[in-house]
Ligand binder design. Structure first.
Ligand code: ADE
Length: 410
């Protein structure tokens, strides 16, 4: 690949491209980089590159002519080398947002030319005449396009074969799979009282990969909900197959309803133990859940009990008339085995069969459940209300109750 940077500060750009990993890669001939001084293409005695803006206003605007002539020189050099015409990118704060997907796309060009603006801008006519695209590296304004051009150059060049020591180097990094990277650690095992997460020391590659995947998802959800939403849409959860001896049946008898209440109690206590006061937890007895289930049944709710080899271990409530799903509870010791996903799919199927759209509410603190819902096709509606007025432990913010609605995939 050949990369050209058109700038008022070619030394600055050149020193970056000839340092460290990129410097070594350039020395090995893995790419060719050229930085061009716009001033060398001026036609006035003072070698002036900019002027006042027509219409007034602050700052100076770069002339079209020196940039155009510099770009023509780059085009001629590429042609002389028998290369394709360069793909020309202007870096400006008004450009389209630059992302890893653009880096991958730009890495496919044989010749890439990056034009750096300065001061208040560039005469629009040279952008119209030469730009294949105009990119911005973020929602902030820099004093010039050099840092932006170097960001683009760096992110594109590292994707060139051989630039990174290991091909895997860029395959599992942030953004590659639309998720942020998991945290990394190196020696010593304990640094200033902080230990490396024990899973990473087990040598169990499957466990380590699962831990990293989980940290990536949790980080992305917390820091970049936009990326996380997209990831959930593109990575729907494959609902596991029902195993032999596993079934869901309508809880009808007093014994079944008692089992359902016991599951609600155990799972609810587990979910709320770090949020609510011990008094509040103690007041919510299995009997209190049994009464609540009986009240709900009188209001049209049906509760399905999930059993594995006749052992009840999960529950889901379905209100077919309204489409609401509630009380999706799995015994704490049976969580993480796909039972929740199976029961949720089961409940959705029942509601969809009636031509109704499933929906549910979930405490904002229950992030695991929200992940499951999103990956199963539920999207937040934006509606939120206070969660059942539960008294929280001191310092624990009151969670909200968020509404999610099932949305069939496009
Ligand atoms: N020039 C000034 N600000 C910029 C930005 N955010 N991205 C690209 N070029 C710029």
């Amino acid at each position: 690949m050949r990369i050209d940077i058109v700038t008022l500060f070619p030394e600055l750009c050149g020193s970056f491209l000839h340092t460290s990993i990129l410097g070594r890669a350039a020395a090995r001939g893995l790419f060719e980089a050229h930085c061009h001084q716009i001033r060398d293409y001026t036609q006035n005695k003072q070698r002036q590159t900019d002027d006042y803006p027509y219409g007034g206003g602050p700052g100076m605007v770069l002339y079209a002519q020196p940039i155009a002539d510099c770009l023509r020189a780059v085009q001629a050099q590429c042609a002389q080398q028998g290369r394709a015409a360069p793909h020309i990118v202007f870096l400006t704060a008004a450009g389209a947002p630059y992302r890893e997907a653009d880096a991958k796309r730009l890495a496919g060009y044989d010749c890439l030319t990056l034009v750096c603006g300065h001061y208040e801008g560039i005469d629009e006519r040279v952008i119209e005449a030469f730009a294949d695209e105009e990119l911005s590296i973020g929602d902030y304004v820099l004093t010039g396009g050099e840092l932006a051009a170097l960001v683009v150059a760096d992110s594109v060049l590292r994707l060139q074969p051989g630039v990174l020591a290991e091909a895997a180097g860029y395959e599992d990094e942030s953004y590659w799979d639309d998720l942020l990277e998991y945290p990394q650690y190196t020696r010593p095992e304990v640094w200033e009282g902080r230990a490396v997460p024990p899973t990473l020391l087990t040598g169990d590659h499957e466990k380590i990969a699962a831990w990293r995947a989980e940290r990536s998802r949790a980080r992305t959800r917390a820091r970049r909900p936009d990326l996380y939403d997209r990831w959930c849409r593109t990575h729907p959860l494959a609902v596991p197959k029902w195993k032999r001896g596993e079934k869901a049946q309508l809880a009808r008898t007093a014994a079944q309803l008692g089992q359902a209440a016991a599951i609600c109690h155990a799972a609810w206590q587990h979910q709320r133990q770090e949020l609510c006061t011990p008094e509040y937890l103690a007041a919510n007895t299995p009997e209190a859940f049994a009464e609540a289930l009986a009240r709900d049944r009188a209001r049209g709710w049906a509760f399905y009990l999930h059993t594995t080899g006749d052992e009840p271990d999960a529950l889901v409530g379905v209100h077919r008339q309204s489409g609401e799903i509630s009380r999706l509870y799995v015994l704490p010791q049976r969580q993480g085995q796909g039972i929740g996903a199976k029961l949720l799919a089961f409940a959705c199927k029942k509601i969809l069969a009636d031509g109704t759209v499933p929906w549910l509410e979930v405490p904002s603190s229950n992030t695991g459940a929200q992940r499951l819902y999103r990956r199963m096709g539920f999207v937040p509606t934006g509606d939120a209300k206070a969660l059942d007025g539960a008294p929280n432990l001191p310092g624990v913010p009151a969670p909200a109750l968020l509404k999610y609605r099932y949305s069939a995939k496009e």
